[in-house]
Design a binder for this molecule. Sequence first.
Ligand code: B12
Length: 209
Amino acid sequence: MAKYQDLADAIIKGDNITSKEIAEKLVGDNIAAQDILNEGLVPGMNVVGQRFKANEMYIPEVLIAARAMHAAMDIIKPLLSEGGADLKGTVLIGTVQGDLHDIGKNLIGMMLEGGGYQVIDAGVDISAEKFVEEAKKSNAKLIGLSALLTTTMPAMKDVIDAVAADSEAAGIKIMVGGAPLTQEYADSIGADGYAPDASSAVDLAAKLL
Ligand code: B12
């Protein structure tokens, strides 16, 4: 019988063929999709996140691991929603207006998915109005904003203000990140949270939701 650890190992190695096969075997063995997520995918991506943080893994390896996670996720996703599995909530992510950098945002999205959240990716160069509209449409409880340019950091405050000004959106939490960001900057614009990397972002989401 396939084991959770084999699935986690396939993800860490970035082997998307094996991760898919193991996920299929586990499903065939009648293992609940939620258990496959919690005992295989999440621990695998946790190791990847920790190694990335410790500079033991580099961006391409993380992206390859994330692809292996997605291959397994594709198998269990339909079963998760079918069984009404208790996904932890919806997080809307996007890069702010004027900014096209998306590598960090994509990593955040993959790690959040691996952590059991439903992730809606609005994309790049997203206006404050669009963030509000998408958050309401997807019933997101948390928005993750990314900015890589010092010139686009102020656009994060525009999103925070637009969310606060909209009676239907007010109350949605906002976390921010990106290389030029600091905790001080996040505090100064009134963000609910800041995380310096993808694995801390998952911890932060758990704290905020
Ligand atoms: C790749 C890259 C590009 C690519 C982007 C490709 C893509 N699809 O993303 C391209 C070539 C398109 C590009 C374009 C430009 N770039 Co550029 N780019 C970079 C580079 C080399 C890497 C960025 C990156 O992906 N890092 C890796 C990821 C994983 O890290 P990260 O994004 O920081 O994300 C991590 C954390 O910050 C955090 N995080 C990120 N987002 C979020 C969100 C939340 C909610 C949370 C909690 C956490 C979080 O978690 C992530 C994972 O750990 C940086 C230099 C550098 N070393 O940072 C310059 C850099 C960001 N770029 C820069 C510039 C100037 C530009 C251009 C203006 C260049 C030009 N003259 O055309 C354009 C701007 C285009 C635009 N409008 O956005 C400057 C910015 C300087 C500044 N002070 O603002 C940098 C710093 C290079 C430099 N030293 O000058 N760029």
